[in-house]
Ligand binder design. Sequence first.
Ligand code: AMP
Length: 185
Amino acid sequence: MSELNLIMLGPPGAGKGTQAERLREDFVLVHIATGDMLRAEVADGSELGTQAKRYMDAGELVPDEVIVGMITNRVAADDARAGFLLDGFPRNAEQAQALADALAAMSRRLTAALLIEVPDEILVRRLAGRRVCVKNPTHIYHVEFDPPKHEGVCDQDGARLIQRDDDKEETIRRRLQVYHSQTEP
Ligand code: AMP
């Protein structure tokens, strides 16, 4: 079996999404970013999104029963047959076990787990400076490292740039605590 099934581990702000996009371009696999999936649910105003939002804004993990089914279904979908790259899942031992069970039930296995390590102080600086476009959240800037041409305005579509609620410093600190206590290998 030649499918490449990868998981990316590392704290928020480590650059998992960036590296995942590079791997996706070089190999045949779908990039499954759980944070992005949840944010899309929030933006849609779905029931799942409404349930998830208060945890996300507080920097806490969304409960396993909200996320596990969503991700195991996504991994089982046809377009992930050739391989997947999970970014943001699993985030605790229960989720890791649920993934292992789901893969075993499909007679599939993980190829590798990739870990990106970055010191907390750098993560805080990266996340707190992040600004996203209100129209298209994949248009991402950084006030210090990747500023837009005009402050507060998206270079690509002229829309306003905002700081996401979960990129506020207090929430970032909590997200890092949660990473160290529940997710870090
Ligand atoms: P991320 O963009 O991956 O940092 O995710 C943003 C937020 O979504 C996290 O702070 C959590 O509240 C939630 N989240 C993302 N993935 C998971 C997961 N696997 N389990 C629980 N909550 C998650």
